[in-house]
Design a protein around this ligand. Structure first.
Ligand SMILES: Cc1ncc(COP(=O)(O)O)c(C=O)c1O
Ligand SMILES: N[C@@H](CCCC[NH3+])C(=O)O
Length: 439
């Protein structure tokens, strides 16, 4: 077991995060409860920014808000001076509501609607990452209608197979995202975009996947993109001002994971880009990246209350918690692995290996299959580490389970940043049948 960020064991033998007793938080706000270590988010953000500054490279680090989008998080991103990647009208709305400067927002997505694009143009979103020909035409049309010049990146798929789960791969040719870099699509997209008086092509974007532990994929992607840029210099007299190499930097969910520090990813990317820039004899573009998971993943911890237990003799013991796939769908979706502890009995010795079950009506609703734990009792608190990315953001109301609250902790203080959903919230949008008229 290892601790992330400011997490530690306090005098009471409880888990403490950000100087606040996690057990006290669970009592005050109820469970399940997501707790975010704000100091760790700041540290992760600064590590990326400082890595670029160290190399004197102009860069933008955009937080991929799909990992965890709430107004408080967006405000924190603004405080840390990052840019923001949004992928839907809803994420854009959240960012605008939080007062994030539109000029530092990058708008992604493989099927943005006309309304979503119009919303972006109306609010002066800084950059639209164009994914496909349909969107290119739509955006050209809308930009004319609004009488604006829209700054765009073209998203390309470089044909890279990153080593990660199949469902979170995105850079391979057979993908729903982006213009294929190798079969002429990207060239055609650039030609069309350059021909538009309303679009200004800043450059290219690619994102090869998520939870990646090596730098090879990023280096290969940079090589492929710059080769293409080299050919475009001659063919279209086009040199990009920006190259965005996406996100996907892996984090440590369990002791078996061995991620690379942010600085090392950045260093390898910069080294390759500098090499390519010399080879292609072009000016150095701005380098943009858009990490999500690596900024918030290990800063999040979920606290659950333990309830029922079931022994299957000679097989395993199931220990059930008051959440599950409704607040963390990743184990069910990707067979994702997590580590956990009893937050209220951190000093007790582990005595058995148990399986942590969720409370949803699905056999697949298992959070952890083999977890060493002290003998747990109903009312104990289980803390699952590293749930900060794609936990709350993929939470759902399956079985009509209300979504948990979210608390930020820093320097001994806690702040509720998302309230727990209530049963009333669950039926708020329901429209009951009209009363039957007696015949
Ligand atoms: C286009 C794009 N950018 C950034 C990200 C963020 O990825 P991660 O959270 O793995 O850093 C994603 C998600 O995989 C993405 O699809
Ligand atoms: N949601 C995924 C990653 C996909 C990110 C979006 N491209 C996860 O939990 O790992």
């Amino acid at each position: 077991m290892f601790f992330h960020g400011t997490s530690r064991v306090n005098d009471k033998g409880h888990l403490e995060i950000g100087g606040v007793d996690a057990v006290e938080l669970a009592k005050e706000y109820g469970t399940p409860l997501y707790i975010y270590d704000v100091a760790l988010i700041r540290q992760r953000a600064r590590a990326f920014k400082e890595a670029f500054e160290k190399h004197g490279v102009k860069a933008q680090v955009a937080y991929a808000s799909k990992a965890f989008s709430t107004m408080a998080m967006i405000q924190l991103v603004e405080e840390e001076g990052l840019s923001l990647d949004v992928v839907s009208g809803g994420e854009l709305y959240t960012a605008l509501k939080a007062g994030f400067p539109p000029a530092r927002i990058h708008f992604h997505g493989n099927n943005k609607s006309r309304d979503e694009l119009a919303m972006a143009l109306e609010h002066g979103v800084g950059c639209i990452v164009v994914d496909n020909f349909y969107e290119l035409e739509l955006l050209d049309d809308l930009s004319k209608q609004y009488g604006v010049t829209t700054f765009i990146l073209l998203r390309v798929t470089p044909g890279i197979e990153a080593h990660t789960h199949d469902y979170i791969l995105t850079g391979q040719e057979d993908s729903k995202f982006g213009f294929d870099l190798n079969n002429g699509q990207a060239d055609e997209a650039l030609e069309k975009a350059l021909a538009s008086a309303s679009l200004h092509v800043l450059g290219l974007h690619c994102h090869i996947g998520s939870q990646i532990f090596e730098t090879t994929g990023f280096v290969l992607a940079a090589q492929k993109i710059f080769k293409k840029i080299g050919s475009w210099k001659e063919k279209y007299k086009f040199v990009p001002e920006v190259v965005n190499l996406g996100g996907g930097f892996g984090i440590r969910y369990t002791s078996e994971d061995d991620p690379i520090p942010a600085a090392m990813y950045v260093e390898q990317i910069i080294q390759e880009v500098k090499k390519q820039v010399i080879e292609m004899d072009i000016t150095m573009p701005e380098i943009w990246i858009e990490p999500g998971r690596s900024l918030v993943g290990d800063a999040g911890t979920t606290i659950y209350s333990i309830g029922s237990q079931k022994e299957v003799p000679n097989v395993r013991k199931y220990v059930a918690v008051d959440g599950g796939m409704s607040d963390n769908i990743r184990p069910a979706l990707y067979e994702a692995k997590y580590e956990a502890v009893l937050a209220n009995r951190m000093l007790d010795e582990n005595e058995e290996v148990v399986a942590i079950a969720g409370k949803c009506c699905e056999s697949g609703d298992m959070l952890i299959w083999d977890l060493p734990l002290p003998k747990a009792e109903a009312g104990d608190y289980l803390a699952v580490f590293c749930t900060g990315a794609y936990g709350y953001s993929m939470a759902n109301n399956y079985n009509r389970i209300p979504r948990p609250a979210v608390v930020f902790v820093e320097n001994g203080e806690a702040q509720l940043v998302v309230k727990r959903e209530t049963y009333e919230d669950l039926v708020r949008l329901d429209v009951p049948l009209k009363a039957k008229v007696n015949k």
